[in-house]
Design a protein around this ligand. Structure first.
Ligand code: ATP
Length: 314
């Protein structure tokens, strides 16, 4: 459905995207993850035809975006990272504006606007100025604007940044519904729990290059990480923490990411039995009394850290 072949894009000296190839299938929910500045927004903007790659090709439904951008724009809805709304206008007026920009037919336009407002749970606020909206409500209107022309492909660039938990949960259910409708979705987000639940496949990019790709289970296998061992212990002093945090077991783990504080330790590893016995022995040697041990499968955040070595929220 979307074939990206070997694209590169630079801004002067900065190479934002390097030889990137991706294939997004029809009806797939594909998440693109990467640290700040990895090239996610540039990729979305290239796919949306906002500018062209320096090299490589992008085809949507077999049609080249460089050769026939207008044919493709009708199929695509883009929700940008920045809220693209006029504060002094009402929600209705903003959506009429976006309808004009996206060449939505004037026929039955108010009915279409009403439908998307209803879908986004804001029908009763249609005539209110956007300046009175909360951050979460603005995000919902931002999404509504992209849905007006009923596109089959949607690009979401961090659509829940700065959103209150209630709106985030609402928007999460919208994503689930759009996915169930069979829309093809490219999504970027810093909320990895949501990415894990929603995605069919995940691509991880760093410095403009794809470093890993697959379903969450495939990525987990590729990382070699299996479980996280959470150990709760009797509170220790800051001096003792400093001492144990320097130990090779808890600090210099080549293939894992963990943390230790004065009350607990989270260890991410690949061999439950060995890891557990080493940890228990370690705490016994340091005369630290273990109170509770919990073992859980690794989550996307740890797998992501394995590939990028950078916290997504840094
Ligand atoms: P974030 O998570 O912070 O949104 P990102 O993964 O979306 O980051 P991009 O915004 O695509 O990354 O940026 C990739 C690189 O290109 C960064 O080094 C960024 O500083 C640079 N860059 C992006 N837009 C421009 C621009 N208009 N002019 C110059 N450099 C740019």
């Amino acid at each position: 459905m979307i074939e990206i072949q070997d694209i590169s894009k630079s801004y002067g000296q900065i190479q934002a995207v390097k030889n990137l190839s991706l294939n997004i299938r029809k009806g797939e929910f594909y998440s693109l993850l990467g640290p700040n500045g990895a090239g996610k927004t540039t990729t979305i903007n290239l796919l949306g035809g906002l500018f062209y790659p320096d090299r490589g090709s992008i085809r949507v439904n077999g049609i080249s975006i460089q050769e026939n951008p207008n044919a493709i724009k009708n199929w695509i809805g883009i929700v940008p990272q920045e809220i693209a709304l006029y504060n002094e206008l009402t929600a209705l007026e903003n959506l009429r504006f976006w309808a004009r920009v996206n060449h939505v037919s004037k026929q039955g336009l108010d009915a279409k606007i009403h439908k998307v407002l209803e879908y986004m749970g804001l029908a009763d606020r249609a005539s209110q100025s956007i300046s009175k909206y909360s951050g979460g409500m603005k995000r919902r209107i931002n999404i509504a604007a992209a849905l007006l022309h009923d596109p089959s492909i949607l690009f979401f660039d961090e659509p829940t940044v700065g959103v209150d938990p209630q709106s985030r949960s609402f928007i999460y259910h919208i994503f689930k519904d759009l996915r169930a409708q069979g829309k093809t979705i490219l999504y970027t987000s810093h909320y990895l729990e949501e990415v894990e639940l929603l995605s069919d496949r995940i691509g991880i990019i760093d410095h403009g290059e794809l470093v890993a790709e697959g379903t969450f289970d495939e990525l987990r296998l590729q990382s070699g990480l299996k479980e996280q061992i959470h150990i709760q212990f009797k509170k220790i002093s800051e001096e003792k923490l400093e001492q144990i945090a320097k130990s090779p077991l808890l600090s210099a783990k080549s293939n894992a990411h963990g943390f230790v504080n004065t009350e607990s330790c989270n260890y991410v590893g690949s061999n439950r039995t060995e890891d557990l016995s080493r940890l228990v022995q370690f705490f016994a040697e340091h005369q630290i009394a273990i109170e509770q041990i919990e073992i859980k499968p690794v989550d996307l955040e740890q797998v992501y850290l394995h590939f990028t070595k950078v916290d997504l929220r840094d």
